[in-house]
Design a protein around this ligand. Structure first.
Ligand code: FES
Length: 104
């Protein structure tokens, strides 16, 4: 596992999704208040970018804009059909105000 710097908290807008490219991977980052969640930017139902979806701040989920599957930001598990498989999620660390994502 290697950690990659992804900026500071204020680089992210709460309640919105943003695509990130890290170490050859395409990821989606979502900030909700003081937390930043990172998943693979690829729906597990079909190959579609989750960064285009809406974020549900209250339930901390992201909705795939293509067919409406919801994924829990904390672990990438689907919470509604048509997705049945999780999306990979990555741990975010804070070090002296910088955010780092750990990827294999
Ligand atoms: S591609 Fe995401 S729900 Fe179908």
């Amino acid at each position: 596992m290697t950690r990659y710097d992804i900026g500071v908290l204020d680089d992210f807008t709460t309640g919105t999704a943003r695509q990130l490219k890290v170490a050859g991977r395409i990821l989606v980052a979502v900030r909700i208040e003081q937390d930043v969640y990172i998943l693979d930017d690829r729906c597990s139902h079909e190959d579609f970018s989750l960064a285009e979806g809406e974020v549900n701040v209250g339930t901390r989920e992201i909705e795939c804009a293509r067919h409406g599957a919801m994924f829990r930001l904390s672990d990438g598990e689907p919470t509604s059909f048509p997705a049945t498989r999780p999306v990979a999620h990555y741990v975010v660390f804070e070090d002296a105000g910088r955010l780092e994502v750990e990827v294999p």
